[in-house]
Structure formats: C-alpha cells, structure tokens
Write a protein that binds this ligand. Structure first.
Ligand SMILES: [Fe+2]
Length: 196
C-alpha cells in the first residue's frame, strides 16, 4: 500500500547565526529603552516595530532574511507572492516567563529568530491544527501521531510558519534571559486602500 500525507502543515527553518549575532545588540538596545516596552505583556517585550522604508538600518539584514524566507515558503507551495509589510518585536524572557497558546490574526506568516538561548531555555510548542485529531487517542510514538510538536531554540535558529498555527512558549527556566525576535508578515496595508 502507498501512504501519502494530505493537508500537511509547513514550517520553514534554517540557521542564521550571523544575522542573530548582528541583531542581538540591537535587540538589547530596544529592550533597554522603556519607551519601546509594551507594559501590557507579562514579560518584557517591545511594541511592534514596522519594517518600512524608514527602518532602523541595523535591522536591514533581519528584514531581508524575513522577506527572503517569505518568498521561499510561498513559492515552495506554488503561491504567488503578494506585497507585504513586516512587524518585528524583541522579547526578553526571564525565569518563569511564558507565553500561552495563541495565533496571530490578520497576519499571513509569523516566525522568530532566536538571538540568545541559554541552556534549557523554554521550548516553543506547536499544536496540531486539525480540529478532531484528539477524537481517539492512539498513543502513537510516531512523530506524526503526536498532536504537539516541540522545538528547542538554539541561537541563530530561524523559523517561519502560517500565522493561524497555534503555538505557545513553555515556562522559561534560565538564570539569564532568553532573547528572541518574533515577527508577523501581513498584506501591504497600502494595497487595501480604495482606488479612485
Ligand atoms: Fe506567537
């Protein structure tokens, strides 16, 4: 018998340690300034930084990486590549910080570049998006039979995934902070303006 997986969920990943090293001091700079901090979050994180024409030039390598990865993951699936906007954040997770399960409405793709990952820092966990997957528990040891997928961050790891895919960050247990730069890709807002 032949087996084929249908409706697969795609995640793109690669190692970009040089861009991570370059972006880390920029992240620490933003995180050190109270005016950039979103105080409504349970851990230290910045407001979204829109990567437009006026972008902080220090963020250009990361901006280009996100654009390139978006083109790659879209063309890999045979999709046309629309005009996009990108918003990035800088996160500093200390001991016991976590981020509960969520997705990113109004975005196309989301992802993260890990900038500084102390040993045993919190994993990111993806939940199987199929609604009825827990209808029967087969107790499978096969990775395709599990309904959660765990990734242990390492510095330089870059991942990109559909924004509707639910994910969470488990409780961080490190003495030094776990620093990351998540992003959301959205349609270019200008392309939604009504043409006269
Ligand atoms: Fe997220």
């Amino acid at each position: 018998m032949n087996f084929q997986y249908i409706f697969p969920t795609i995640i793109g990943h690669c190692n970009e340690i040089d861009i991570a090293k370059e972006t880390l001091p920029v992240a620490l700079d933003y995180l050190s300034q109270d005016s950039f901090i979103n105080k409504s979050c349970d851990y230290r994180t910045t407001f979204g930084i829109e990567l437009n024409d006026d972008v902080d030039k220090r963020l250009l390598p990361y901006c280009n990486l996100i654009r390139k990865s978006f083109v790659e993951i879209m063309t890999h699936q045979g999709f046309q590549v629309p005009d996009i906007g990108i918003e990035i954040f800088f996160n500093e997770m200390k001991n016991d910080d976590c981020h509960p399960k969520h997705s990113h409405p109004n975005s196309l793709f989301s992802g993260v570049l890990y900038l500084d990952t102390p040993e045993n820092c919190a994993q990111i966990v993806f939940t199987d998006p199929r609604p009825h997957v827990n209808f029967i528990d087969f107790s499978s040891k096969d990775s395709f039979g599990n309904n959660q997928y765990y990734i242990t961050p390492t510095s330089g790891l870059f991942i990109i995934f559909n924004s509707w895919l639910e994910h969470e960050v488990l409780k961080n247990k490190t003495k030094t902070p776990r620093i990351s730069a998540p992003f959301n890709i959205h349609y270019d807002r200008l392309s939604f303006t009504t043409k006269q």
